[in-house]
Ligand binder design. Structure first.
Ligand code: MN
Length: 437
């Protein structure tokens, strides 16, 4: 034992100390590593919070900017409406009156367009867009859309041309209305930002499989163009190429955001190619289903004469709206009985027979939904079914569903588009014909 113990003991001790030191080192190293990982994570988290806050602030600023823009956009046509109506009321000259009233009409329409855009956008944001698929003629769709812009192009001296690739079949299945909206948006932008030259439209097939086709549509203009760093921003909601854009050209900054969401919903995408001073080309694609059997005819054109003479029950509580709707329906050749509340409507319905009921929703005493339910209950006994059309200023996506649930057959949003109303009356009368369903 003594022979080796001092040396051995020292060796053991120093070995132990060495091992101990190494262990401590390793421990310290591990703690250091964990700490630095934690620090990195913390830094990353702080960065994320900061970014999130910046994004939120940006979104907030964009929304305030949007509200300022939209308030300006509402005031402008409203100013024209109020002013022109005053002028029309204060003159006895029929020609002048006509001129003022035409201006009132133009301004009202642009106000309505704006309102619809905002509503559309909120529906899309909430995920409430419903697609309505039908077979339609691509060429007719383009023609219709273009013809809506012909006059304005002519007034600015712009050439408006289009070319559809011969390979594109005559009929495809898709949502014609949404496509119309996308193309109208692009065309009205092109029109707004082009002072001279032309607007050219092309359509062609970009991809194809057994079931469907990817159709590409381009709208090119010779307008002011867009700086490359704005190419992404313009597709975002509430954003425009720059703040002064809204003041110079008007617009809500929603049009392209709506287009983007709509084409995405239709399985496509949208992009822009543009340089300041050299015009812009907006290109979008949508996926449309092929048609095997060609539809025999296009749906009946709207606006054909309605040579119908119907007995209509009109439920409406607002005096101005009563006057407007009475006049409008009587001018179309219908007999109208007026009910000033839901209660009056139910009483009138019980006392006489009608071909169609037009039902306001917000009414005192009994609202339109309740009145409709009462009428439907009443019909359980009689076995009849009179078409009821909701006519309402509540144009949210939920409102239509509530109306249908209450037993209504049609839905017209206020302000009323005369032609749409008469078409709807016509359609429901033809379908329903007072037969029980
Ligand atoms: Mn009302």
């Amino acid at each position: 034992m003594e022979r080796w113990s001092p040396f051995s003991a020292t060796e053991t001790q120093s070995l132990f100390a060495l091992w101990e030191a190494e262990r401590r080192n390793r421990l310290l190293y591990s703690i250091g590593l964990i700490l630095s990982i934690a620090l990195v994570l913390l830094g990353w988290q702080i960065q994320r919070v900061r970014t999130a806050r910046r994004v939120a602030e940006n979104a907030n600023r964009a929304k305030s900017e949007f509200l300022a823009n939209i308030s300006h956009e509402i005031r402008t046509p409203l100013n024209a409406i109020v002013g022109m109506a005053d002028l029309a009321a204060s003159t006895n000259h029929p020609e002048e009156q006509k001129e003022f009233l035409t201006a009132v009409r133009t301004a009202s329409r642009s106000l309505l367009l704006l309102l619809n855009q905002v509503l559309d956008f909120s529906k899309i944001e909430a995920g409430h867009t419903e697609m309505e698929f039908s077979a339609f003629s691509i060429r007719l769709w383009l023609q219709d859309t273009l013809s809506a812009f012909e006059k304005q192009c002519e007034a600015k001296g712009l050439r408006l041309t289009s070319k559809v690739d011969a390979q594109v079949p005559e009929y495809l299945v898709g949502d014609r209305t949404k496509l119309f909206e996308v193309l109208s948006n692009l065309l009205s932008n092109a029109l707004k930002f082009t002072d001279s030259g032309s607007i050219h439209l092309t359509a062609g097939i970009e991809d194809e499989n057994e079931r469907d086709m990817l159709i590409g549509v381009s709208v090119s203009d010779t307008g002011i163009g867009i700086a490359p760093d704005k190419h992404e921003i313009i597709f975002q909601a509430f954003r425009q190429a720059d703040g002064s854009m809204a003041r110079r050209f008007g617009g809500t900054g929603l049009g392209l955001a709506i287009c983007t969401k709509l084409v995405q919903a239709m399985g496509g995408s949208i992009r822009v190619k543009s340089e300041p001073g050299n015009g812009s080309t907006f290109h979008f694609t949508v996926r449309l289903t092929k048609v095997l059997a060609q539809p025999t005819a296009e749906p009946a054109k709207a606006g054909e004469p309605h040579a119908l003479h119907l007995r209509i029950l009109l439920a409406e509580d607002n005096v101005l709206n009563q006057r407007l709707e009475l006049r409008l329906l009587e001018r179309a050749g219908h007999d109208v009985q007026l009910a000033r509340s839901g209660r009056e409507a139910v009483d009138a319905y019980a006392g006489a027979s009608f071909d169609v009921v037009l039902m306001d929703i917000q009414m005192p005493e009994m609202d339109g939904l309740e009145a409709t339910r009462a009428i439907r209950l009443f019909e359980v006994e009689t076995g009849r079914h009179t078409p009821i059309i909701a006519m309402t200023a509540c144009a949210g996506s939920d409102d239509e569903r509530r109306c249908r649930e209450a037993g209504m057959d049609g839905y017209i949003a206020k302000p009323i588009d005369t032609r749409a109303l008469l078409d709807e009356i016509h359609r429901l009368h033809a379908n329903g014909n007072n037969e029980p369903i």
